[in-house]
Design a protein around this ligand. Structure first.
Ligand code: HEC
Length: 136
């Protein structure tokens, strides 16, 4: 009898500890290596590049991040993770290099796009489109 109570207690304890850990990971700061932070965007914000960026965003990002970057895409609700909000100052203060690192590497439910969008310049261009979501 006593050992059964101990067992139940241990299971509850382990489950709680696990959930706390998983949760903490969700809010953990995303560390970007220093060399990316200072990287300059090698592409320009030309009309043509912006149009390309918008196409790439619609194809690869919109389903989760939403058409205006708020993180409310059709897939977002079923993700069990928050996608962030591109309109916030907190997002926009990041350098292009930091954003490039995140798009390239991914984390958790955010896919890595190094292979899917294999041209580095395409991943750099998308950043201009993300900048257009900045709230006034
Ligand atoms: C399957 C859903 C999904 C898709 C598709 C997706 N993302 Fe994400 N994205 C996420 C999630 C979830 C996070 C939050 C990840 C985290 O913080 O661990 C995220 C985070 C990010 C971040 C970091 C946000 C911040 O606050 O710093 C950037 C930048 C980003 N995504 C860009 C993109 C771009 C660009 C594309 C398309 C090329 C894309 N994402 C496609 C789910 C997605």
């Amino acid at each position: 009898m006593k050992s059964r109570i101990v067992k139940i207690f241990m299971i509850v304890f382990a489950t709680t500890a696990f959930l706390i850990l998983v949760n903490a990971q969700g809010v953990q700061e995303w560390i970007v290596p220093a060399k990316f932070k200072t990287m300059k965007n090698p592409t320009s914000a030309s009309k043509e590049n912006l149009a390309n960026a918008k196409d790439l965003y619609s194809k690869h990002c919109k389903s989760c991040h939403g058409s205006t970057g708020l993180g409310d895409g059709t897939k977002a609700a079923s993700l069990d993770a928050t996608c962030g909000d591109f309109s916030t100052a907190k997002f926009q203060v990041q350098t292009d290099g930091e954003v490039f690192f995140k798009i390239s590497e991914g984390r958790g439910k955010m896919p890595s796009f190094k292979k899917t969008i294999s041209d580095d310049n395409d991943r750099w261009m998308i950043i201009y489109y993300l900048r257009s979501f900045k709230s006034k």
